[in-house]
Design a protein around this ligand. Structure first.
Ligand SMILES: *Cc1c(COP(=O)(O)O)cnc(C)c1O
Length: 452
C-alpha cells in the first residue's frame, strides 16, 4: 500500500484533471438512498478492487450526488468556489503529508501560513503583532476565539469572573450560540433594529442589565450569513473599550470583501477587534476546510490554548520563540490548510482577488436592480455585500420550496429559501465571479411562471 504505483496515480490525477476542466460544472442533485446503497454495497471487501473501477464508481454515483458548490449557479447558503490554483495545491498538501502543528515540525509551512495571516491582518488593519492560525472554519474560529475571551476576562482586582457572559445580537451566526452552549457561557442577547447590532443598542442592554460587570465580551458580525449585514463595528469597538469587553468580530463570510476598496469602508472598526474570524473557504476562493483566526494579542490566546503534555514539551523548548499554530486554537494535529490560499495568492496576485470580489458584488447589485424592476418581485433589503433577499408576491412557504426543488431538477440553479422577519422568502448568495447576469435573468424568470 505504500509503494508508488504510477498507474494508480494516473487514474486519480486523470480524474482530477477531468473535474477541474469541466466548464460548466454540472450542478448535480441529491441521490436516491436505495440506489446509492446498491452502488456502494461491494466497494470495500477483503480483496482489492481495480482503481479505475473504483474511480468510475465515484464518478458515476458519488460525485453527481454532491451538489457542486463551485458552480456559478450554486446560490444557496454561502457557496465555495476555489481557484484552480488553490484546488490543485490542496493536492500537494495531501501528497506530501504536510502537517502544521508546530514550528519544530513544519517551519516552512508555518512561515507561509503566517505570511497569509499577515496579509489578512493588514487587510483588516490589525497591528503588527496580530497573529493566529488557520482552523477548519468559522465555527472552530468562533469557538477558539471566545474561549480566549472567556478565560482572559478578569475583574478590576484581577480575579476570574465567576459566571462570565457574552453580549451577542439575535442575528449572530448559529455557531455563536452553539459555542456559548459548549463553553458554558450565557448570552446577553442585545435586541437589534434592522437586524444590525449598534453601539446604542449594546449600551442600552448593558445599562438595563442587573449584572453588567459579568459581561466580558461582545460578538459583532461583519456580514450576517442570511443577509450580509455588517454590524456597527466602530461603535461597538468604542463600547467595548469603554467597558473593558473583549471585541470579537465574526467575518466568516464577509472577510473576503476586505479585498475590495469599495467595500472596505463598511468594515471600519474591524481593526480594533481582539479576535477576528474570516473563512477563506467562502469569499477567498480556497478549498474546504479553511478558516482564519486572528488575535490582536496572540500571547493571550497561547496562554489559553497551548496544550501541555510530556511528549509535546519539545515543541516549546526546542524553538521557544517560534510560532506553533497549535497554540492558538483548541486543535492539535492540523493540516496547513492556509497553504492553498498562499499558493493561489502568489500565482494570481492579490489584484485578482479584488477583481473577483468586485465582480461578485456588481452582480449582486445588478440582480437587486432586476428584482426591483420586476413586477412580481420585491427586493427586501438593499444588499450590503453579495446576498440578495427577495419576495415573490403571492407565494406561500410551499411555493418557495417547490420552486427551489424544480430549479435544481431543471439544473437551472441551486437556490434554497430562507426566513426573513418570520416569512419564507428567496435568497441569492453570490460568490462565484463567473455568474452571469443572463443566469440571474433565467432564475428570476422562473419566478414569473404561475405555480400550482
Ligand atoms: C459560515 C459562517 C460561520 C460558520 O463557519 P463554518 O466555516 O461553516 O464553520 C460563522 N459565522 C458566519 C457569519 C458565517 O457566515
Amino acid at each position: 500500500m505504500h509503494t508508488y504505483d504510477a498507474a494508480l496515480a494516473q487514474v486519480v490525477i486523470g480524474h482530477v484533471q477531468h473535474r477541474l476542466a469541466l466548464d460548466p460544472v454540472p450542478l448535480g442533485g441529491p441521490g436516491d438512498p436505495v440506489e446509492l446503497d446498491a452502488a456502494l454495497k461491494e466497494a470495500i471487501g477483503a480483496r482489492p478492487s481495480a482503481a479505475d473501477q473504483v474511480i468510475r464508481l465515484y464518478a458515476d454515483h458519488i460525485e453527481p450526488t454532491v451538489i457542486s458548490c463551485d458552480s456559478p449557479r450554486f446560490l444557496s447558503f454561502i457557496p465555495g468556489a476555489p481557484t484552480k490554483a488553490a484546488a490543485l495545491f490542496d493536492m500537494v498538501l495531501a501528497a506530501s503529508s504536510l502537517h502544521g502543528v508546530s514550528w519544530l515540525e513544519a517551519s516552512g509551512a508555518v512561515a507561509a501560513e503566517n505570511q497569509v495571516l499577515r496579509l489578512l491582518a493588514d487587510l483588516a488593519g490589525m497591528p503588527g503583532q496580530a497573529g493566529g492560525c488557520f482552523v477548519s472554519g468559522g465555527s472552530a474560529g468562533n469557538l477558539s476565539g471566545l474561549v480566549v475571551a472567556r478565560d482572559t476576562a478578569r475583574t478590576a482586582s484581577g480575579d476570574r469572573i465567576a459566571n462570565p457572559r457574552i453580549a451577542v445580537s439575535s442575528q449572530a451566526h448559529s455557531s455563536i450560540s452553539s459555542t456559548l452552549r459548549i463553553i458554558g457561557v450565557e448570552a446577553l442577547v442585545v435586541p437589534v433594529e434592522d437586524h444590525r447590532l449598534t453601539a446604542d443598542a449594546l449600551r442600552a442592554a448593558l445599562a438595563a442589565d442587573p449584572h453588567p460587570e459579568t459581561v466580558v465580551a461582545v460578538v459583532a458580525t461583519a456580514g450576517t450569513t442570511n443577509a450580509g449585514i455588517i454590524d456597527d463595528l466602530s461603535g461597538i469597538a468604542e463600547v467595548a473599550r469603554e467597558q473593558g469587553l473583549w471585541f470579537h468580530v465574526d467575518a466568516a463570510y464577509g472577510g473576503g470583501a476586505l479585498f475590495s476598496a469599495e467595500l472596505r469602508s463598511k468594515f471600519a472598526g474591524i481593526e480594533q477587534a481582539d479576535s477576528v474570524v474570516m473563512d477563506p473557504h467562502k469569499w477567498m476562493y480556497t478549498p474546504f476546510d479553511c478558516g482564519a483566526l486572528l488575535y490582536r494579542n496572540p500571547a493571550l490566546a497561547a496562554a489559553v490554548h497551548t496544550q501541555d503534555a510530556g511528549y509535546l514539551d519539545c515543541l516549546h523548548t526546542e524553538a521557544p520563540q517560534e510560532w506553533n499554530p497549535s497554540d492558538y486554537a483548541y486543535h492539535l494535529t492540523r493540516r496547513p490548510r492556509g497553504l492553498p490560499l498562499w499558493f493561489s495568492l502568489a500565482v494570481n496576485g492579490t489584484d485578482a482577488y479584488r477583481d473577483a470580489v468586485d465582480a461578485t458584488r456588481r452582480t449582486a447589485l445588478q440582480a437587486a436592480e432586476l428584482v426591483r424592476a420586476a413586477e412580481h418581485l420585491e427586493l427586501l433589503r438593499e444588499p450590503d455585500l453579495s446576498v440578495v433577499l427577495l419576495r415573490r408576491t403571492g407565494w406561500s412557504h410551499d411555493d418557495y420550496y417547490a420552486w427551489s426543488k424544480e430549479l435544481l431538477e431543471r439544473q437551472i440553479a441551486f437556490v434554497t429559501p430562507t426566513v426573513w422577519e418570520g416569512e419564507t422568502v428567496a435568497r441569492l448568495a453570490f460568490l462565484h465571479p463567473d455568474i452571469t447576469l443572463g443566469a440571474v435573468h433565467e432564475i428570476l424568470a422562473t419566478m414569473a411562471e404561475p405555480r400550482g
